[in-house]
Design a protein around this ligand. Structure first.
Ligand code: ZN
Length: 302
């Protein structure tokens, strides 16, 4: 009996050793959720932009750069800090695969965003006027917040599935099964949100930072950003925004913890609306999206 137990333990050791999870890095927290949903126990995921930090100005810590040497995959999404850091991230571990989550996705043009060029952001010490910039795509700033639309997340997770299968063929069946389960959940979420928002009379909502553009496009809504080039708007712009909000019957203004809420509160007071904090970077992806849809639907039927 004892012998059998020892044999069992001895046989188990190599299995455990080979089952070390793949180390994966992503840029923002929702992508961590997506990779975990596809990878399950086979992956160990770290988000570069830690909770509460601003992806526009984030600087990876020396420890994160060190941890990159163990990573086999980096999933990027085109957010501003990548334009400053991607070369150093790659050179920290040249063997690491880099998957661009934007592959196969038509990028929308972002509303009223800063049109800064990469050259202006060279070096370590970029300051807070660092917004979404155009990168190598010319003068038009593309919206990097692709994860706010469930159908786009479905496409993104198919890319993640393919990357994991390539890195780890023995577990390909798990990746395929996990993808099917998550894709079905995303489909349900998508129809649920369509049903919630299909007939709401007010199709515009206000946001401080324009992070909900793909969400808005998917459900035939329009986001009106308060932010001006990454900063609080001036007095004249604020007056115009208040007039617009009244004219469009906007009742809700979405803010996120990484940005200032001051001007959002000023607008809310003037229009008798309310400011609601909702974080587009929440790792609780499905519930968070459902919540934002509910908020917009409720505010629109007031
Ligand atoms: Zn952003």
């Amino acid at each position: 009996m004892i012998h059998r137990l020892i044999l069992f333990v001895v046989l188990l050791i190599p299995v455990l050793a080979s089952a070390r999870p793949l180390s994966v890095f992503v840029s923002v927290l929702p992508q961590k959720t997506f990779v975990e949903r596809i990878g399950g126990d086979h992956v160990e995921v770290q988000a570069m932009v830690r909770p509460g930090h601003n992806p526009h100005t984030y600087d990876p810590t020396p420890r994160q750069i060190r941890d990159l040497t163990k990573a086999v995959l980096y999933v990027r999404t085109g957010i501003p800090f990548e334009q400053v850091w991607m070369d150093r991230i790659r050179s920290a571990n040249p063997d690491m695969q880099v998957l661009d989550a934007r592959a196969g996705i038509d990028l929308r043009i972002i509303e009223h965003h800063e049109h800064k060029h990469e050259e202006e952001h060279q070096g370590h010490h970029h300051n807070e006027d660092h917004g979404h910039n155009a990168g190598s795509e010319g003068d038009v700033a593309r919206d990097p917040h692709i994860w706010t639309s469930p159908p786009l997340v479905k496409r993104m997770t198919a890319n993640i599935r393919d990357a994991l299968i390539e890195l780890d063929p023995p577990n390909s069946q798990d990746y395929t099964n996990n993808y099917h389960a998550f894709a079905a959940e995303l489909d349900r979420l998508d129809s649920e949100i369509h049903a919630m928002l299909e007939n709401v009379p007010t199709r515009k909502f206000m946001v401080f930072h324009p992070a909900w553009g793909y969400f808005a496009d998917t459900y035939r809504l329009t986001q009106i950003p308060i932010e001006n080039e990454g900063k609080e708007p001036g007095a004249r712009a604020l007056t115009a925004l208040i007039r617009q909000a009244k004219g469009e019957n906007v009742k809700v203004i979405l803010v996120q913890p990484q940005f200032s809420q001051q001007s959002a509160e000023q607008v809310a007071r003037a229009i008798d609306g309310r400011v609601v904090a909702i974080d587009p970077l929440s790792p609780d992806y499905v519930n968070n999206l459902r919540k934002v849809a509910q908020l917009i639907a409720e505010a629109a039927s007031q």
